[in-house]
Design a binder for this molecule. Structure first.
Ligand SMILES: *Cc1c(COP(=O)(O)O)cnc(C)c1O
Length: 378
């Protein structure tokens, strides 16, 4: 059986979890491992301030609060994304404005953003789909010209770069996920990269139940009190300990995934050359992290057949997002601007192949052969 995903496990996780629980006696948030992880991320990604959160979703929620929106303010995002890219902003009263994605990367189509801007627009949310960068120079240029904030949904983009800069560190805020389906995991968890110094202190307050507890621990105030909006966004140090094990071998995990991705890319290229499927494009500007390998069938019927064909061989692929703009909540909380042609057509055609850390090479070859067999190209 070849499952779609197996959560990453490198072997040193439980030792660190035990250290947090039995030696450090520190299992709530912001212990030694949380500190190690956030400092590692800051240094490696060149981030101003990195704060671990309980999920990618709560990192997005923190970013949405930090954007300081008023009810009715508008947020531009792709329709082809995970629900919580949207829910985070709905929770702070924003209206959603959906635009189409580019067919080559499935990232927001930067040429469609400007026509979606109104005098209510406050934020653009690029989603780095499959760990492949959105066209950030264009997006940052639009944001600058219209005075908008940029929240990068880099949930899938840990370790990827755009023109040498780590995804999540380019906009005002970057949100990462360490869910078990992502490249690096702490079970449930995430992080927010706070990229402008003027937002750092408020981010710490929001994460710490609306109190200035972080300033208290640094000796900057002599008691801590409730000062702002907030919630509890600190993950347990046991979860951070699990993540720490994986960050220590981050390059090895990245290289391992890229090798598997490379096998799919090489083996399936003949199908793309024959016009039977389309494969992902990695722009020159991007070094990706092999978060996902997908292909696009010609239509929904073919995709359904291919998935059934693979399942019959004990291979478990997965399709992906159902567009948000036409979903029940998407209709209620937002509107689409411009054609949604790529989102509508390609979401029906896209299928993700199994890809996880330490996937045997032979399994990737077996999956590739099965796909080729379906297309009669073996
Ligand atoms: C996984 C993911 C999220 C949510 O992350 P969680 O850690 O599962 O809450 C948000 N956006 C995108 C694009 C994701 O892939």
């Amino acid at each position: 059986m070849i499952p779609f995903n197996i959560p990453p496990y490198v072997g040193t996780e439980l030792g660190f979890v035990e250290q947090a629980a039995a030696a450090n006696r520190k299992i709530s948030g912001d212990g030694m491992f949380t500190k190690l992880c956030s400092e590692w991320l800051e240094e490696r990604f060149g981030a101003r301030r990195m704060l671990l959160t309980t999920s990618g979703t709560t990192a997005l929620e923190m970013a949405a609060i930090l954007c300081d929106l008023n009810p009715g303010d508008e947020v531009i995002l792709p329709s082809y994304t995970f629900s919580t890219t949207a829910t985070a902003f709905v929770l702070v009263g924003a209206r959603l404005v959906f635009v189409d994605v580019r067919s080559d990367t499935m990232c927001i189509d930067e040429t469609k953003i400007e026509e979606a801007i109104t005098d209510k627009t406050r934020v653009i949310v690029p989603v780095h789909y499959a760990g492949v960068a959105c066209e950030m120079d264009s997006i940052m240029d639009i944001a600058r010209r219209y005075g908008l904030l940029v929240v990068e949904d880099a949930a899938q983009g840990v370790m990827s770069t755009y023109k040498g800069r780590h995804l999540g560190t380019i906009g005002d805020f970057g949100c990462y996920s360490f869910h078990e389906t992502k490249n690096y995991s702490m079970g449930e968890g995430g992080a927010i990269s706070v990229n402008r110094s003027e937002h750092v202190e408020r981010a710490e307050i929001i994460r710490e139940k609306g109190t200035n507890r972080s300033r208290f621990f640094r000796g900057q105030v002599d008691k801590y009190t409730w000062v702002d909006y907030g919630s509890s966004y600190l993950p347990s140090d046991m979860n951070a300990a699990y993540l720490w094990a994986q960050l220590q071998v981050a390059d090895e995990i990245n290289d391992n995934r890229l090798t598997t991705w490379g096998i799919y890319s090489r083996e399936l290229k003949p199908l793309a050359d024959a016009g039977l499927v389309s494969l992902p494009t990695i722009p020159e500007s991007c070094q990706h992290n092999a978060h996902m390998f997908y292909l696009k069938c010609r239509d929904l019927k073919e995709r359904t057949e291919l998935i059934d064909f693979l399942k019959a061989r004990n291979i478990f692929p997965a399709f992906h997002y159902v567009p948000l703009h036409s979903s029940p909540a998407g209709l209620r909380f937002g509107r689409a601007v411009g054609s949604m042609r790529v989102t509508d057509a390609d979401s029906d055609r896209l299928v993700r192949l199994p890809l996880y850390y330490d996937m045997p090479k032979d399994d990737a070859l077996f999956v590739s052969e099965a796909v080729k067999e379906y297309y009669g190209q073996r």
